[in-house]
Design a protein around this ligand. Sequence first.
Ligand code: R5P
Length: 291
Amino acid sequence: MIDFTVIGGPSSEQLAKKIAFKLKSKFIGCELRVFPDGESKITLKGKPSGKILVVQSIYPPVDSNLLRCLAITSQARVFSSQVYVVIPYMGYARQDRQFLPGEITTMELVAKMFKAAGATKIIVVDIHSMIALEHFHIPVKNISAVEELARHFKKMSLNFPLVVSPDKGGVERARNFAEFLGVDYIALEKHRDRKTGNVAIKSKGLEGVRGRDIILVDDMISTGGSIVKAAEFLKKQKSGKVYACCTHSLLIGDAEKNIIRAGVTKIISANTIPGKTSIVDVSPLIAKAIT
Ligand code: R5P
């Protein structure tokens, strides 16, 4: 057994407790106070020892949760030369390259900040792109929750299910998901306007969707735009029930309402971001990845 202390950051306390339980290790929580000017003050509720695992997801408020994660990492380094930082949802991973002239690759800066804060290893779950990982100049590990998510669907009774990725970029994920279930998969053609962020499905009428239950699989649901357009398209093709499944459900604003209105029966996600759709537990995967 490795001597670990798990520090649960304010954004991931429940998940961190589960990881600590699985590792049979000490758990330390954090007290968070937000000053009227928006500054965060974090106090560790105990003294860590051994190797340290910091667990803090970087979902909204993204910049605050990022800085809190860096602050805890930096403090952890005072107690240990080995600080593993688990970032179940890595914010900024979509800003991994320059898409339009003048854009800043903020992921590169985030990676530098973790190294500077003293992280010795970074562990993420289903990061948006592998390019994002290349910006880290310390060891990084990406864990896939796809099998765990698919396992959830295995228990359900679905009619001739078809796994669908809303875009071509997610075809590998859809393939893995479908292979686990032993069913077919396809990827739609999605276009996103890089300036407005608006999404459109470019696929034309699809053979073989009619009457089949659909599992729409994506890495994340943010505004819900991608899932809404994909679900509307599939419903027009006279599909059966449509389920939306992702690792990270940010569900910003009216996303959930809009997705249900588009005909989605249920949203199922992992607990990298806490919420009512986050029913698939990734703590066993994380505990296994670090032992
Ligand atoms: C895009 O490439 C991602 O895989 C997701 O499809 C996207 O980020 C989801 O965002 P939204 O819910 O705002 O469409």
